[in-house]
Design a protein around this ligand. Structure first.
Ligand code: XMP
Length: 382
């Protein structure tokens, strides 16, 4: 139906119970036959009382009961994993994101020590992120974990590389190779855990899926390994994953982590990725994260991060002239990353972030703000 189409009169037996200027019959019902119709999008976040409409329909009109709870999701998943895996050994690649972490915790609950997690640290994560993952899994959950310190390996492969797609390709390939090497050391492994979500399942049914995946799924499935997949999140959406993660006790900062690209900081450093440039970006980004959280805005933003461009500009410090990098602040609101709007961050926050970055991060003498929306820009700079 185009947006100009509208119902002008209710059919036989129906009564119009809601209208707008454009739609005389925006809501209608036939109580006797228990039929209800609406002409709006209750599932969209911006629809006021949209969830209430859906709840009334399901629990009132259809007599459904809300048995799909976090606890039942966990119990069902654990039972299904046990059934699938039996006594066999399972491996799981951890990225630090909420999906792979939650998948790993569910499998651990189901099979205990038969699960080993592999965390490939490519050195392109944000400040303290690797430590958080290791601390949560090793000290808190006691999940067998192999921490692969591959920072040098990735840096040397990236030496001299400036093309964004080339960076992605190198990181993706190196990631899989490293993962495979470690996985081969673990004997008798039969299963591999994947954090596939229901939205991924829907997406792979579409025409562009292959292209989207190759671009976005760094750290994806090792291609030539003879392993069966365990996908405990296959039937649930991201918000349910977060609820499950919280119920399983994953720390808040991991449950609510903003999306972070597989190639990590490498695609936020324009030009060559070096240890020194990584350090500059990491320190600046840490300040931004800290201040955004302090301002209570972290969860409202789809993503907030810093970008390090490949230019330098003139500044002054004390009596001397500086020639150093700028840092660009990128913060967006979005529902699904397909479109995004630049976030209207408060001036006070921007001021604090700018002052702190320039004062605390050697090598930076200027801070700029990206005020572009997607489309036509993208969220990331590379
Ligand atoms: P763009 O920049 O295309 O980003 O607007 C859309 C979303 O995808 C993320 N992104 C990536 N994620 N590997 C990933 O795992 C990638 O190569 C990659 N590139 C972009 C980006 O952070 C945003 O959430």
């Amino acid at each position: 139906m185009s947006h100009r189409d509208s119902v002008t009169a209710p059919p036989e037996g129906f009564e119009a119970t809601g209208s707008t200027a454009a739609s005389p019959v925006a809501v209608m019902e036939d109580r006797r036959r228990r039929l209800f119709g609406i002409q709006c999008h209750p599932e969209v976040v911006h629809t006021p009382f949209g969830t209430d409409i859906l709840k009334n329909f399901l629990f009132g009109a259809c007599d459904c009961s809300p048995t799909w709870t976090v606890v039942s999701i966990i119990e069902d998943a654990v039972a299904a994993i046990r059934e699938q895996v039996g006594d066999h050994k399972v491996i799981c690649g951890l990225s630090g994101g909420v999906d792979s972490s939650t998948a790993a915790l569910l499998v651990h609950r189901a099979v205990g020590e038969n699960l080993t997690c592999i965390f490939v640290d490519h050195g392109l994560l944000r400040m303290n992120e690797a430590e958080q993952v290791i601390d949560a899994f090793t000290n808190h959950f006691h999940v067998p974990l192999v921490h692969v310190e591959a920072q040098e390996r990735f840096l040397s492969k990236l030496e001299g590389v400036t093309d964004p797609e080339q960076k992605r390709k190198i990181i993706g390939e190196e990631f899989i190779r490293t993962f495979e090497e470690e996985a081969r050391r673990l004997e008798n492994t039969r299963f591999l855990v994947q954090g596939t979500l229901y939205s991924d399942v829907i997406e792979s049914g579409t025409r562009d899926a292959a292209r989207i995946k190759s671009h976005h799924n760094v750290g994806g499935l090792p291609v030539d390994m003879d392993l069966e997949l365990v996908e405990p999140l296959r039937n649930i959406f991201k918000d349910e994953v977060r609820n499950v993660a919280a119920e399983l006790g994953l720390p808040d900062n991991m449950v609510w982590r903003q999306p972070f690209p597989g190639p990590g900081l490498a695609i936020r450093i324009i030009g060559e990725v070096t240890g020194e440039r990584l350090e500059i970006l990491r320190r600046a980004d840490f300040i931004l994260q800290e201040e955004v959280r302090r301002a209570g805005l972290y969860r409202e933003l789809w993503q907030s991060f810093c970008v390090l461009p490949a230019i330098r500009s003139v500044g002054v410090m004390g009596d001397s002239r500086t020639y150093a990098y700028p840092i660009i602040i990128r913060a967006v609101t979005s529902e699904d990353a397909m479109t995004a709007d630049w976030a209207r961050l408060p001036y006070e926050l921007l001021e604090t972030v700018s002052n702190r970055i320039i004062n605390e991060v050697p090598g930076v003498n200027r801070v700029a703000l990206d005020i572009s929306s997607k489309p036509p820009s993208t969220i990331e700079w590379e």
